[in-house]
Design a protein around this ligand. Structure first.
Ligand SMILES: [Zn+2]
Length: 193
C-alpha cells in the first residue's frame, strides 16, 4: 500500500518531503512489529481459528452463572464490537449456531482458555471460552484482560509479546487490542505470517 501511494503521487517541488515521511513510517512499523510471527485465524497453540463472519453471537453455558463473570464477558464482547468491524453479535441462548460459548471452569492452572469445538477448514462455528472461577477474586483489570484475550482468540487472534495489547500471555492489566490485531479482525482473513 505504501508503494502504491508513493507511485501515484505526482512529482512536485517538495519531492523530498514524502520520501522522508515514508522513511519515518517504515521506521515506526519496524519498531512496532512484534518479535514473533503474526499468524491469524490458523489455530494452533497460540492462535485462534477464523470467525465465520463478523456477527459474533455468544451465550452462557449452564455453569456460567456468576454475575461477576457474566459482566466481564459482556464487557469483552461489547469492546470487541466497539473497537473492530465485529458487530451484530448478541447474547442468546446457546444453540448450534452460537459462535462463543462462555464456560466457567474450576482451576487455578489457567485464568482462561479457548477451544474451537466445530470447525470447517479455518473457520470456527462454535468456540468455547472458559474463564476460571478463580478470576472472580482478581483485580477487575486483570479479569478484563483475560476475557479480552480469550475473546480475541475466538476472533482469530494470536499471542503477542508484552506491549501489544491483551493478546500477551500471563498476568497483565492491558484490556485492549493492539491496532494491528484489530486490522486482522477487520480483514477476517487467514494470515500465516
Ligand atoms: Zn492465549
Amino acid at each position: 500500500m505504501l508503494a502504491k501511494d508513493t507511485e501515484g503521487r505526482a512529482p512536485d517541488r517538495r519531492r523530498s518531503r514524502p520520501a522522508v515521511a515514508v522513511l519515518l513510517v517504515f521506521a515506526v512499523l519496524t519498531l512496532a512489529a512484534p518479535a514473533s510471527a503474526d499468524p491469524f485465524g490458523v489455530g494452533g497453540s497460540s492462535t485462534g481459528w477464523l470467525a465465520d463472519n463478523h456477527d459474533h453471537d455468544y451465550c452462557w453455558s449452564t455453569n456460567f452463572t456468576w454475575t461477576s463473570l457474566q459482566n466481564i464477558a459482556d464487557d469483552a464482547m461489547d469492546y470487541l464490537e466497539s473497537s473492530t468491524d465485529f458487530s451484530g453479535g448478541s447474547h442468546q441462548s446457546c444453540n448450534s449456531g452460537t459462535d462463543v460459548y462462555f464456560q466457567r471452569f474450576n482451576t487455578t492452572a489457567y485464568r482462561g482458555q479457548y477451544q474451537c469445538d466445530d470447525r470447517n477448514g479455518n473457520e470456527c462455528d462454535n468456540a468455547d471460552v472458559r474463564i476460571s472461577s478463580n478470576t472472580s477474586t482478581l483485580p477487575s483489570s486483570e479479569r478484563a484482560k483475560t476475557t479480552c484475550h480469550e475473546v480475541g482468540h475466538s476472533a482469530g487472534a494470536t499471542h503477542h509479546s508484552s506491549g501489544y495489547g491483551c493478546m500477551v500471555s500471563g498476568t497483565s492489566t492491558v484490556e485492549t487490542y493492539w491496532a494491528h490485531t484489530r486490522n486482522h479482525m477487520d480483514d477476517l482473513e487467514v494470515a500465516t505470517s
